[in-house]
Each structure stands twice: as structure tokens, then as C-alpha cells.
Design a protein around this ligand. Structure first.
Ligand code: ADP
Ligand code: MG
Length: 370
């Protein structure tokens, strides 16, 4: 496939830790591949290898038909010839250069006129058109990260590598840059690999997702697939949320947000994402995220008034994980619950059985599709 990223590498550290990552994924223009995993999983090692800043002992890396690294064929493309843009957790701007000069630094191959024009265009794209004459010390950390992003995309890289670019920001700046990242990637058509261990970021920004744990790829697939159907327990634990339901904001009632999924209604307390929703009223689509341990299963009609959501459905699957079982319910949308085997047996909840699932409004986490 033309725009495919193929990574099949092995890197050994003196500590004995091995990163052996192997996947391939389509990277159509403007798509974001999320490289997800806990700290120490090997994510930075993988993106640095893609950038050419790290040299694995074995394997190969190909992007859009070009071989950047192939140990067997002894092929190695220098980092600058890969034409990738890189943004890390820290913006690493030149302190003695203005914002504009920092961006134009990446445009040394351009004519002076073209450099100035492109520099202005990039600053406008990251909504910093008025900040060209400032120095990095005069910027907030969110603004500095936006300059780093402008500098990375200025020379029109073929691939953008983002290693936890939102990781060092406070919540409001993170939410702002998250929306900006999505729009920049879509408007420029540059595809990106985004490293994160934050599931909100993965859901809001990602198209494809690669889950890395202990140096190994555990799962590859569309983001929602991975959240909905984690390949194994390690993935389920690392993504930390079992049900991700695409829903539409239908209104508000008693201080709760009402969401519609087909005929079903989900009530949620909009805490952190409400600002996203209010900013973006023309995009009423959200994902309702529900952790399996927050779903209470009941056989009969519910009496627990504190749980604002009661969905009737049928059990479509039961998977045993020892004393704990994962129960999948169809209640107009797929919902996963965790229950002890003993409780499940007492309630006679077998596949096909009718069930009521109760979830508190506070346990529904909303993620705006930015
Ligand atoms: P992540 O970005 O997912 O947190 P890293 O790729 O930074 O993971 O590192 C994964 C592991 O690889 C580290 O815990 C460490 O054991 C090892 N490692 C990474 N870089 C080095 C290095 N320069 N020297 C020795 N070991 C390293
Ligand atoms: Mg890292």
C-alpha cells in the first residue's frame, strides 16, 4: 500500500530491556496513528527509531514505499533525508530567537520571500499570528508547544512524529492544543504518529492505534476497536476503559447532559469536557466512555435511584478471567461489565438472559471528538 508505515525493529539496551516492535498500518494523509502504552513501554524508542535518531540492531522501517532502515540490506536513511517533523514533550525552542525566527529556522532551504510567507502562514495555522516578534520566555508553555508544532510542519514533512506533545501542559492548555493538533493535521494533510498514555487523547485524536507494553506490540487497529475489543487483559488494563460509545448530545436535564445512541439515552455529568462541547456546538458528537467496573448488573427492574442510567438489554457474551468475569451486554449499544462469578451465578446471568445495567451519571466520561 502506498502510504503505509511498516515498523519491524528490535533494539536492545544494556540494561537487558528489549524493544521488539512490529506492526504496519495505513497512514492516509491527515490520519493520526496513536502509539499508546504506559511509561517505560518503549514508545519513545520506537518514534526515535522512525525519526532516525535511534538505530535499532535489527529489522526495518518503511514509509510510503521508501525504506528508511533495513538492517539485512544495510540500508540507513539519514534523519534529515526522511523529512519527518518531530515534537517532543518540551518545545526546545532557541531562546535567543524570536518566535518567527524559530519557525523560519526550519525553512533554510526556502528563498527569503518564501520563508517569510511560509513562516507567517504557519504562525497563523497555530493561532499565533500576533506572536512572531516575541521571545520564547514570553510565551506560556502551551504557546511554546504551538511554536514547536509550527516549526515541525513548516518544511512540509512527510510524517509528523509527536512524542507526548501535550504531556507537560496543564488541563486547559492540553485541551486547546488537542483540538488544534487535529485541525492542523487535517488542514495540512500531513499524517502523524502520536505517542500518548492518555486515553482521552487517544480517543479524541486517533484513527489507528498501536498498543505497546513492555517493549512489545499487543494490539493494532482502529482506536474504537481497540477500546471495545482489547486483545488481551494487558491491553484492557492499559486502555482502562471497556465501553466507548459514539453518541450525540441531545440536550440537558437537571444539570445532566442527555446523549442519544439510537433509541437509548445516556445521562452524563459533563465535568471536564463541557468546555470542549460548549466551544464546539456545531460538533455534537461525543464518545461516552464507561469503565466495566462502574456497570452494575441487575436481574429485575432497578430500585437504586442514585444510578441515573438504567439500560435494559441482553447478555451477548461472558468471558471468564478467573473469579472475575467480563460480561458483554447489548442494550442498544455494546456495554461491558465486570462481575464476580459468584454474583453472576446468583443472578443467573447467562448468555441470552435479560439484564438491567445501571451506571451512575458521574461514571460516564465524555470525550469530545475534536
Ligand atoms: P516510553 O517512551 O514508553 O516511556 P522508552 O522508549 O523511553 O519508553 O524506554 C523504554 C525502556 O527502554 C526504558 O524503561 C529503559 O529500560 C530502556 N531505555 C530507553 N532508553 C534507554 C537508554 N538510552 N539507555 C538504556 N536504556 C534505555
Ligand atoms: Mg517516552
Amino acid at each position: 500500500m502506498a502510504d503505509e508505515l511498516i515498523v519491524d525493529i528490535e533494539k536492545r539496551f544494556s540494561s537487558g530491556f528489549v524493544v521488539a516492535a512490529d506492526w504496519s498500518a495505513p497512514m492516509r494523509g491527515g490520519a493520526i496513528l496513536v502509539l499508546f502504552g504506559p511509561s517505560g513501554a518503549g514508545k519513545t524508542t520506537v518514534v526515535r527509531s522512525i525519526a532516525g535518531l535511534e538505530r535499532p540492531e535489527r529489522g526495518r522501517i518503511q514509509f510510503a514505499g521508501d525504506t528508511w532502515f533495513d538492517a539485512d540490506a544495510q540500508r540507513w536513511t539519514e534523519p534529515q533525508r526522511r523529512h519527518v517533523g518531530y515534537v517532543g514533550q518540551k518545545p526546545a525552542l532557541f531562546p535567543h530567537l524570536t518566535v518567527r525566527a524559530n519557525v523560519e529556522y526550519a525553512l533554510s532551504d526556502y528563498s527569503p520571500t518564501e520563508r517569510a510567507r511560509r513562516g507567517d502562514e504557519m504562525l497563523a495555522l497555530v493561532e499565533l499570528a500576533e506572536y512572531g516578534d516575541r521571545y520564547p520566555r514570553e510565551l506560556s508553555s502551551g504557546q511554546a508547544q504551538r511554536v514547536a508544532l509550527a516549526r515541525a510542519i513548516a518544511p512540509q514533512p512527510r510524517l509528523l512524529l509527536l512524542d507526548e506533545p501535550l504531556g507537560a501542559l496543564d488541563a486547559p492548555a492540553r485541551s486547546r492544543l488537542r483540538s488544534l493538533l487535529r485541525s492542523v493535521v487535517e488542514r495540512t494533510g500531513i499524517s502523524a504518529v502520536l505517542v500518548t498514555h492518555d486515553r482521552t487523547e487517544a480517543i479524541a485524536l486517533g484513527d489507528q492505534m498501536v498498543v505497546l507494553a513492555e517493549g512489545r506490540v499487543r494490539q493494532v487497529g482502529p482506536v474504537l476497536e481497540v477500546f471495545r475489543r482489547p486483545a488481551d487483559l494487558v491491553v484492557a488494563r492499559s486502555v482502562g476503559v471497556e465501553s466507548v460509545v459514539p453518541a450525540r448530545i441531545a440536550g440537558a436535564e437537571d444539570g445532566l447532559v442527555l446523549l442519544k445512541v439510537g433509541d437509548a439515552t445516556i445521562r452524563a455529568v459533563a465535568v471536564e469536557p463541557v468546555e470542549d462541547i460548549e466551544i464546539d456546538r456545531q460538533h455534537p458528537d461525543v464518545f461516552a466512555c464507561i469503565r466495566a467496573e462502574d456497570v452494575v448488573l441487575q436481574r429485575a427492574a432497578p430500585s437504586n435511584a442514585s444510578a441515573r442510567n438504567h439500560w435494559s438489554g441482553r447478555i451477548v457474551g461472558v468471558e471468564s478471567e478467573g473469579a472475575i468475569e467480563r460480561v458483554t451486554i447489548d442494550c442498544g449499544f455494546p456495554l461491558v461489565a465486570l462481575i464476580t462469578r459468584q454474583a453472576r451465578e446468583e443472578l443467573a446471568l447467562t448468555t441470552g438472559a435479560p439484564v438491567v445495567a445501571a451506571v451512575k451519571a458521574t461514571a460516564v466520561h465524555l470525550v469530545a471528538r475534536s
